[in-house]
Design a protein around this ligand. Structure first.
Ligand SMILES: [Mn+2]
Length: 416
């Protein structure tokens, strides 16, 4: 606990916030699904980054007053009835272990308002004057996102009209973008599990009559590791592979078709995001191989090109140039944008499409994806090859290089 990732994250954030301010970050509420059922809870990733707790209704309060910092965590007190129905929530001891917040600085929700007000009135004890309150205000118009932040902003503006409300969202993102070694190790573990699951799914494809079987074989390995998908996986065969976010994964597999799998899992919420494309029957046709090798070459060239200091526009323009040339070489008549209709990659982390400050470009310590694709609907061929890349000071490291992607290696694995 002494060297807790989330404690380090809070200390980094405290460096960034202005003096005489407090910051309040909430982990989110359960969202109702239907009748008395809720959707599976997904905690706010900024909250998790700062607390390491995946539960709903956790509130972190950071303060910096006269350059003296403090932290306080508010959690739910266990209700004996709920414990019997859905299990216990983290106790003070467990919350302390996960977050690195001292036990003495963890309280139950009933003390939250009083604590915040005591900070706001701290000038009485000549400690300074809180001028600003940072809340986590996502830019999305959907009120389900950060509803606590929105509500609390209104509440505080009403109660303390002189208080300046600031958004902490971008400050947290500026930290989340750059991964520490511990975070990279979680991503590596996710990639390792994804590799095992993809191989299992590939081997199952030869006898599978339906995409659902390949999908189930992928998920089987995740379940065996006690892991979940980091996003709704895509298992598309034939023409379905040309639909970017095809997630039905339930069509019959044509014997000589290609299967595209865009899948991932998470470790401590740190995601992997991998795409592999392979022939359902274990052997590429001449045309499939042509298209596949064209995409593979773009994938490799983009990895060689990736380095700190690039803008996202430069990265995309480079990939566009390669894909345009590849499409021409493949004899595709229309503009290349008819065969490649997404961007080359995105940041990866606690979210699969990890939000980042795009204007800062690509920096050392970021993990980004490289995912060129060519989709030829008329020919029922969709190929995408996606790897997860760590940007370093002098280039990059392909974290998923162990997951095979050469034609020979794929055909060999599928013949075993
Ligand atoms: Mn991706």
């Amino acid at each position: 606990m002494r060297n807790n990732l989330h404690k380090r994250n809070r200390n980094k954030l405290l460096e960034l916030i202005e003096d005489n301010s407090i910051a309040i970050i909430h982990s989110g509420y359960h969202v109702s699904r239907s009748a008395d059922a809720d959707f599976p809870f997904e905690c706010n990733r900024n909250s998790f980054y700062l607390t390491g707790i995946k539960e709903d209704n956790v509130i972190l309060v950071l303060s910096k007053i006269n350059n003296k910092t403090s932290e306080r965590l508010f959690i739910d007190e266990n209700d004996p009835v709920m414990v019997k129905w859905v299990g216990a929530k983290a106790t003070v001891e467990e919350a302390s272990e996960l977050s690195g917040v001292n036990k003495e600085d963890i309280s139950y929700h009933k003390d939250f308002e009083n604590y915040v007000f005591s900070l706001l009135q701290s000038n009485r004890r000549s400690l300074g004057q809180v001028e600003k309150i940072y809340l986590d205000l996502d830019q999305k118009p959907n009120p389900l996102f950060n509803s606590f932040g929105l509500e609390y902003a209104r509440h505080m503006q009403h109660r303390f009209p002189a208080l300046i409300i600031k958004n902490i969202y971008n400050l947290v993102l500026s930290l989340r973008m750059i991964k520490e070694e511990e975070e990279i190790n979680y991503i590596k573990e996710s990639i390792e599990t994804t590799k095992e699951a993809i191989y299992h799914a590939m081997r199952s494809a030869k006898t599978a009559q339906n995409e659902a079987v390949v999908d189930a074989n992928f998920k089987f390995i995740l379940n065996c590791h006690g892991k979940k998908e980091s996003f709704d996986g895509i298992v598309g065969s034939g023409k379905n592979a040309t639909i970017l976010h095809y997630t039905d994964n339930n069509s019959p597999i044509e014997k000589d078709s290609l299967i595209l799998m865009d899948v991932g899992t998470a470790t401590n919420l740190y995601a992997s995001d991998i795409t592999r494309t392979f022939p359902a029957n274990g052997k590429f046709t001449k045309r499939q191989r042509e298209v596949y090798e064209a995409v593979l070459e773009v994938n490799k060239k983009c990895i060689e090109f990736l380095r700190a200091g690039l803008t996202w526009a430069e990265y995309n323009e480079y990939a566009n140039g390669l894909i345009k040339a590849a499409c021409e070489k493949l004899g595709l008549a229309k503009d290349f944008r008819n065969y490649y209709y997404h961007s080359i990659g995105h940041s990866l982390g606690l979210d699969v499409h990890d939000p980042d400050l795009a204007n800062l470009g690509i920096k050392a310590g970021m993990v980004v994806t490289v995912e060129p694709g060519i989709y030829i609907e008329d020919e029922h061929i969709g190929v995408r090859i996606e790897d997860d890349i760590l940007i370093t000071n002098d280039g990059c490291i392909n974290l998923s290089q162990e997951i095979i992607k050469e034609v020979e290696d794929i055909e060999k694995l599928m013949s075993e």
